[in-house]
Design a protein around this ligand. Structure first.
Ligand code: IMP
Length: 422
């Protein structure tokens, strides 16, 4: 069986930390979608690590990490990640395997992303500009360059044809973007050489065989359910399926081989980039969440928009993914609030609704809140569930009742050790 670990909001829920904490229970950690638009932050022994493409199990000797076919890889960023890991004396070659079917992000994909965003003006998606959208477009358009192509000398020819097409497309956008393609391509080729030092595999076969041998596998999601290309707040989404089904297509796992579905959410909500966010706060409370929660994107450094927990949206994500266990992150950030608000319904066209409608722009949807008592206690030093303050337990019990799924982990800080099991 393959367990899944998924973000249930707009990304940045803390998946990296939880994968790192859980890796001791698994033999294989596998990424199945997204690319270096993700920034998975892990903290232990006083050091903070940010991973973009490499799975978050890389720091554990017991686990093999797989980058699956559904992932898009930028060799330039990948090389930087590898270089950053060098000082930690990790046997990367034996611990990290790459799917031949994963697609490559070309420098011109990044340029196209920038051209497309610039051309959109105010309607821009707020992309991380890592070339994600254009790369998945080439994948579904059947033009993409894949990791497996690098095993044949013909890859340069394929590369050239694709890059030429991209240059014509960039011209078409007619926006002011300066670039030195030669420099970018030299960097790309260096990245390709670094990537080629790793082992390329038929990952679906590898995962299948591992299942036959009874290995424990955790599929690590990137971004969050509300950024899913089909079920997210389209068009303000990423270009892959971030939800449970994405693990089947992004790794080649049959649906009946999915085991536990672990869903991660923050005790409040954040979003980076554009798009609707019904519970967004523009006041002191939102500012406090951002400051205390250090809410800045791990990939782009952009400040994240903050707001109260949206149970309508969270319930939707629980349903779409078939979540079996929940993990609540950053409970410590809410310490000190007199009252905690939770959105339990929307006012939509003058009617109270409890499901996510087609359009959740603020003109259409107004959140209706339930207020709960806050807790004053600093949680960051706590290690046992018995020590959690009574009002936090009431908050947890309220959420469990509404979502009908148990909350098994409460995270009270970024460090591995700041993790409370219930
Ligand atoms: P893209 O995937 O870079 O094209 O970005 C599309 C949207 O998804 C933008 O609003 C990004 O801010 C958002 N996004 C992409 N990756 C992440 C992530 O890892 N965390 C949070 N938001 C993300």
């Amino acid at each position: 069986m393959v367990d899944l670990l998924l973000g249930l909001q707009w990304g940045d829920e803390g998946k990296g930390k939880i994968v790192d904490v859980l890796t001791k229970n698994y033999d294989i950690i596998a990424r199945f979608q997204g690319g270096p638009n993700a920034g998975h932050t892990l903290e232990f022994d006083g050091i903070k690590h940010v991973l973009h493409t490499i799975p978050s199990g890389i720091f554990h000797e017991n686990a093999i990490n797989v980058v699956g076919n559904g992932v898009v890889i930028d060799p330039v960023i990948f090389k930087k990640e590898l270089d950053n890991l060098e000082k930690f004396d990790i046997d990367i070659v034996s611990r990290l395997l790459i799917s031949r079917k994963a697609h490559l992000i070309l420098p011109t994909h990044r340029l196209l992303d920038a051209a497309s965003e610039t051309a959109k003006g105010k309607a821009k998606i707020g992309s991380t500009l890592k070339g994600i959208g254009p790369t998945y477009m080439d994948k579904t358009g059947r033009n993409g360059l894949r990791v497996g192509d690098l095993e044949f000398d013909t890859w340069r020819k394929k590369y050239r044809a694709l890059a030429n097409k991209h240059e014509a497309m960039i011209d078409f956008y007619n926006v002011d973007i300066e670039y030195d393609l030669k420099e970018l391509e030299d960097e790309f080729c260096e990245g390709v050489e670094a990537l080629k030092k790793l082992t390329f595999i038929d990952s679906e076969e590898y995962i299948f065989k591992a299942q036959e041998k009874g290995k424990k596998i955790l599929a690590e999601g990137a971004q969050g359910s509300l950024l899913d290309i089909d079920f997210g707040t389209y068009p303000y989404v990423t270009s892959s399926n971030t939800t449970a089904a994405g693990a089947c297509t992004g790794l080649g796992v049959a649906p009946n081989k999915i085991g536990d579905v672990l869903g991660i959410f923050k005790a409040y909500a954040t979003r980076v980039g554009s798009g609707p966010f019904p519970t967004e706060l523009f006041d002191k409370d939102g500012e406090t969440m951002g400051r205390v929660g250090n809410e800045f994107g791990a990939t782009t450094g952009r400040p994240r928009r903050c707001g109260w927990l949206d149970l309508v949206a969270l319930k939707y994500a629980v349903q779409i993914n078939g979540v079996t266990e929940l993990m609540m992150m950053k409970a410590d950030v809410l310490s000190g609030f007199e009252t905690i608000k939770v959105c339990t319904e929307y006012l939509y066209n003058g009617e109270k609704i409890k499901h996510l409608p087609y359009n959740i722009e603020s003109d259409n949807v107004k959140p209706i809140y339930t207020e709960l008592k806050g807790w004053k206690k600093d949680l960051t030093q706590l290690t046992k569930a018995e020590d959690l303050p009574a009002t936090l337990n009431e908050y947890i019990a309220f959420l469990e009742k509404e979502l009908n799924v148990p909350i098994k982990i409460v995270s009270v800080g970024p460090d591995r050790l700041q993790t409370i099991y219930r």
